[in-house]
Design a protein around this ligand. Structure first.
Ligand code: ADP
Ligand code: MG
Length: 891
């Protein structure tokens, strides 16, 4: 019967091999984003991405929460390769009831320990970073952010599960008036052990704890830790393997004794692996085996065994003493007698066998788990052989030499491709925790520096209200006949007096110049809608920046090519010309170019009527069938094309290469055009807002650097804060500054990043997408020959977010001025208006429109603003302006 019990507790090697396989499977399940939620082995990210490199430095406080005590340490790291860390520590016993009481009481107690400890070592009052070793499973999202998932190991304090343990400790510490102590890192005891073992010589990449409970951690390939979005290098994963088997995968090795132990525990059905391995349960397993054997009358026959009915009567310490070989059976006898069991020689011998079987089984199972980790590491690193150091701690490992021997030999059998060197952890977790804290501290200091650098780019509500007010003032100046010349916002009349009414009909040609592409279009406006065909033509930079004659010649050539292709040579169609540069318009078909923007600089054009330039070129090219009826800005085209679908659309907005807006203003307010009746569309040319210095307070050094390098330095200052042509450049300059300050890419020089325009605005869109974006960040940075770490990628993302948020908010401040003016013009308490929008930045950026609309609601609460994206506003809009004009012209 005794043999039968021993047999039940012995797991054959094939079965252990199967257990290893299941552990591997469970680990993969925990790592994958899809299956993580259902996984028993949770594989929690720890946000620890490297083992210590010896440069860690400073005075660090460590608090370790243990089973029955709290240990506080002060560790002084000297940055000397961790040769001689100085450690002072103190242990505080915990009152027994505290681990099942209120959460607040637990944290207050821990904070009191910290206070007493600090008082005892008369520590200086300068800031002290604290690392918290918290041996329970937490959902960690940063080094200093960790929600307790669930208590274990007999702890069950109220109001802690689901909360951020770092915050709980920090507030308890505040209550003790220890204002100079900052909790900067939280880690599991396994992680602390791994780090401690790493401090001497070779890095240690795996750690096991076999104490009251059991757990492990290891350095995983970061891209496999899908929950953390880490993308390069490695990250330590806390396996939380104590819950392995909670889904029934271990049922074939569970004995009836294990079932009893589980049922009598405070958490039946949970932590099945831990209940086979952790010392909290081993005494109980032995007790149940003994009870069964007593019932079968093969143990302690005729003796009083009532004591065996008491739960937890057999402590781990006693089990370890019973199996101790040194004094033969004497110790076993002493322990059993102390329990009042009056054992015979044979009883002692049998009890000893049983205890050994239980502890050996624990060691073998641990080996199966370790073998799974090692094989996983070997496979994911694509190695044929793997040699690693494994830090081990816990009373079972320390208390019984055979445990380590079994662990080592069984692991070798189950993972023959791996060579594990077990390193007993001599100093526990404290020094390792100090190292992790030092690293966290470095990161926190960097975060502060980064925030300082980015602060000028962050605009407060008050800032934005000021921008809105300034825009409003500039608008008034631009409209006034006297003040017009001094305004930075030119408020150009467009001679467009109405939006479409739906009766427009006919076939039109349209040109679109001033966007990324030059296009020629034919547009048919009919009862059942609008049909278009178009062709994109390239304007070489040499032509954009050459002579005006060459530019307009080129345009005519493109039109002729288009007409040929579309078989339109014979017809004379009315032409609408979308010309997206600031013009002084003198009529619908007369527009004097005021200045080039967006990279154009063709000579001999500024001050000329562009329609005339086009007609002259047509003559030069002997193209006679050209009838230009309207020049339109792209903002106006956008407003018109959206107006065709929504009569409320009285504003046009562009956020593409450049930015600009137009809106319907009351004629009586337009001082620069005769007439008081009705409305006229005003092309604001708001890109130049600030060119008179009124926005100087808001420009940062980065903006100045970007501006200096443009072909129109000092001009279009508002545009240069907002639009696609510049956002990437702003980001690039910030990144360069961060590298210079050693805050990015470890300060390594990045030659490619020195190249102008290499960081494209479309990268911002990719980088700011939620989800797996960090992988994308890395891919983009890799193209720029930048090797980004996890922190680097996050930082680049933060920079992009800051720059695009500012752009969206400034745009909102401008629009707020517009809609508020329209509301006041019309004497309304509430204005409902639609904005027709175009521009790739607005359309493609994942956050821009959201931020813009949110900010606009805040700045103009009395206006209900709807945004309508225009489909090809420039083409369709030009045709519609032409159509509206023709409608008026033909009786
Ligand atoms: P335009 O304003 O010249 O008519 P677009 O509206 O297409 O042309 O805007 C082009 C600008 O949009 C480019 O200068 C580029 O900076 C920016 N851009 C291109 N792709 C994206 C993207 N995916 N996300 C954000 N911005 C983009
Ligand atoms: Mg455009």
């Amino acid at each position: 019967q005794v043999q039968r019990a021993l047999l039940a507790l012995t797991i054959p090697l094939e079965t252990l091999q199967a257990v290893k396989g299941r552990m591997l499977q469970a680990m993969r399940k925990g790592l994958s984003r899809q299956t993580h939620a259902q996984a028993n082995v949770r594989m929690l990210p720890t946000y620890i991405c490297s083992t210590p490199d010896g440069t860690e430095k400073g005075d660090i406080l460590v608090v370790e929460l243990c089973q029955s005590h709290v240990r506080t340490l002060r560790v002084t790291l000297l940055g000397d390769g961790n040769q001689s860390p100085q450690v002072t520590y103190k242990i505080f016993d915990m009152p027994g009831d505290i681990i099942q009481g209120k959460g607040e009481a637990l944290f207050d107690f821990i904070a009191q320990c910290v206070r007493q400890f600090l008082a005892g070592i008369s520590s200086p009052q300068h800031r002290l970073p604290l690392g918290f070793v918290f041996p329970f499973s937490c959902r960690q999202t940063q080094l200093d952010k960790a929600e307790l998932i669930s208590w274990s190991k007999g702890f069950s304090c109220s109001d802690v599960e689901g909360k951020d343990v770092v915050q709980l400790l920090q507030s308890a510490i505040k209550k003790q008036e220890l204002h100079h102590v900052d909790v900067v890192a939280l880690m599991n005891d396994t992680v602390g052990t791994m780090m401690t073992c790493s401090m001497r010589g070779e890095p240690c990449e795996v750690a096991l704890i076999v104490g009251t409970g059991t757990n492990s951690c290891f350095m995983a390939e970061a891209q496999l830790v899908e929950m953390a979005e880490e993308i390069s290098g490695q990250m330590c994963v806390n396996t939380e393997w104590g819950c392995f088997g909670d889904d029934g995968t271990l049922s074939d090795i569970l004995t009836p004794y294990d079932q009893h132990v589980d049922q009598e525990s405070s958490n039946p059905g949970e932590k099945r692996f831990e209940k086979l391995v952790g010392s909290l349960y081993l005494g109980e397993i032995v007790r149940h085996v003994l009870t069964a054997l007593v019932a079968e009358k093969v143990l302690f026959t005729g003796r009083s065994v009532a004591i065996l009915r008491t739960k937890d009567v057999l402590k781990t310490q006693q089990v370890l003493e019973i199996i101790d070989n040194e004094e033969g059976m004497a110790k076993a006898r002493r322990v059993l007698e102390a329990l009042g069991l009056q054992p015979s020689e044979q009883d002692c011998c049998r009890v000893q066998q049983i205890c050994r079987a239980v502890v050996s089984r624990a060691a073998a199972l641990c080996a199966a788990g370790l073998a799974a980790i090692l094989s996983h590491m070997c496979q994911s690193r694509e190695l044929e052989r793997l040699a690693v150091n494994v830090g081990v701690d816990g009373e079972l490992y320390r208390g019984y030499t055979r445990f380590g021997e079994i662990l080592q030999s069984v692991t070798g059998l189950l993972a023959p491709e791996c060579m594990a060197t077990l390193l007993p952890s001599v100093d526990g977790t404290g020094q390792g925790a100090a190292v992790v804290t030092a690293v966290a501290l470095r990161l926190a200091a960097q975060r502060r520096e980064v925030d300082q650098l980015l602060a000028p780019l962050r605009l407060s509500c008050a800032d934005l209200e000021r921008v809105q007010a300034l825009m409003r003032r500039e608008m008034e100046l631009g409209l006034g006949l006297e003040s017009h010349a001094n305004a930075s916002v030119r408020m150009l009349p467009t001679y467009v007096r109405g939006t479409p009414d739906g009766t427009e009909r006919g076939e039109f040609l349209a040109l679109d110049l001033g966007g990324t592409n030059f296009r020629v279009l034919v547009v048919r406006v009919a009862q059942d809608g609008i049909l278009m065909a178009s062709e994109i033509y390239v304007i070489p930079t040499a032509v954009m920046q050459g002579t005006g004659e060459a530019l307009f010649n080129h345009i005519i050539e493109c039109i002729m090519d288009f007409q040929l292709k579309q078989d339109l040579m014979e017809q004379v169609l009315p032409l609408g010309f979308t010309f997206s540069f600031p013009c002084q318009q003198l009529g619908l078909d007369k527009a004097v170019l005021l200045s080039w923007t967006k990279g154009f600089s063709a000579s001999g054009c500024v001050g000329q009527d562009v329609v005339q330039l086009l007609r002259e070129a047509a003559q030069r090219k002997q193209h006679l069938g050209l009838k230009v009826v309207a020049v339109v800005n792209d903002t106006v085209g956008t407003m018109m094309s959206c107006g065709y679908d929504d009569p409320k659309c009285e504003i046009g907005l562009i956020v593409g290469t450049g930015t600009n807006a137009c809106y319907m203003e009351e004629m009586r307010n337009v001082g620069t055009v005769e007439g008081e009746q009705g409305r006229m569309c005003i092309n604001m040319e708001w890109g130049a807002f600030g060119d008179n210095g009124c926005l100087d307070d808001f420009f940062t050094d980065f903006d100045r650097l970007v501006d200096e390098k443009t072909i129109n330095a000092g001009k279009q200052r508002f545009e240069k804060l907002i639009s696609g042509m510049y956002l990437g450049e702003i980001v690039r300059h910030i990144l360069l500054a961060l590298v210079e300050k050693q805050l990015l890419f470890r300060g390594k020089p990045c030659p490619k990043l020195q190249t102008r325009d290499i960081f494209q605005t479309k990268f911002l869109s990719t980088i700011e997408i939620d989800g797996l974006a960090l992988r994308q960040v890395r891919a983009i940075l890799q193209d720029l020959e930048l090797q980004a770490s996890f922190e680097d990628s996050l930082l680049v993302q933060k920079v992009c977010q800051t720059v695009s948020l500012r752009a969206a908010q400034l745009c909102a401040a401008g629009l707020a001025a517009v809609v508020e003016k329209m509301r006041e013009n019309r004497g309304l308490a509430q204005l409902a208006v639609t904005v027709g929008v175009d521009g790739t930045l607005y359309k493609m950026h994942p956050r821009f429109s959201q931020h813009l609309q949110q900010m606009l609601r805040d700045l103009a609460p009395n206006c209900t603003v709807t945004f309508l994206q225009s489909e090809d506003g420039s083409g369709k809009g030009a045709a519609l302006v032409a159509a509206v004009a023709c409608r008026g012209a033909e009786p």
